[in-house]
Design a protein around this ligand. Sequence first.
Ligand code: GTP
Length: 339
Amino acid sequence: MMSQSCPIKQAVLLVGGLGTRLRPLTYRMPKALLPLLNRPLISYELELLGRAGIEDVTLALAYQAEALQQALGDGSPWGITLRYCEEPSPLDTAGAIGNVREHLKGDFLALNGDLVLDLDVGALVRAHLEAEADVTILLRKVDDITPFGLIQRDDSGVIVAFKEKVAEDETGQNTVNAGLYVMSPRVLEAIPPGEPYSNEHQLFPRLLAEGARLLGYLPERQGYWADVGRAETYLATNRALLDGAIEWAQPAVESPVSPYLVQQPICVGANCNITGQLGPYTTIGHNCQVEKAATLQDCVVMDDVHVGSGALVRSAIVAPGAHVPPGAQITDGVFDSND
Ligand code: GTP
């Protein structure tokens, strides 16, 4: 990632979604706090923004505000100032931005709060300012566009169409919304106050129809990008981070492990007692116990978990505080013995 300073200083992070696809985990904690390499998911965006020179970040939330505030504090670890704004009821992605308009001065960044990505934020913002765009949407190229809304641009990068539910892009661009925007304060006027309103389905198509200037930004070098929406993408992001996808987020092993019982890459929290086999692609939280002859592969085991002897945890997520019984076979989804 390049570290050129960003010409704008403010960002809004959208962290008010219910995270329904990651239940039951998101009954216990907001999606933004799910651990990846034992850091909260949202900290990857906070670090990216802090490194880019963003100073003022507003978290737009709708529930579990206390847990987020307790975990993230004032933002000083990332060199930013954090502000928490809770919606009376969820206002959807554009409504949430409109709800914090009083804190926004000049152009600002807005991000879905469930992304792990590597991006030259300054270059994106400079492209937005040079184009005098109303909104700049970060794009990414995909092989299969069917699950996404397609975004088509002209040769200068200006967006000419949003297309939902198409199987093929006749232009061959295959570019979709990556969930990160730069916005001019002009667009705040198009967001109706106090009611649910969506960026993707309402605000952006409406702005395009009204002749606003929407830029689609596709970085020259596509860095790592993931959105953590489902158990499968959560585990895939864990694997990518263990492989070093984000340069500044390297896995640590903070408790003693026997090299004979480990296949790298792994990440282990502090104060763990491990006598079972670990890895490859295993992240274990703090204060965990893994008994003899247990096997953990391609999984995320959260804090305070006990894995009994002979148990197998593979391609699965274990909720904080869970007890995996001796000999159990957990081979997909989320395991939570506290239900
Ligand atoms: P699912 O329920 O599993 O679809 O997850 P989600 O609630 O996170 O929804 P989705 O992935 O579509 O949301 C994209 C981003 O927008 C996430 O970071 C959400 O936290 C955020 N978001 C969605 N709805 C709202 C809302 O009503 N208010 C705020 N503040 N953020 C929202």
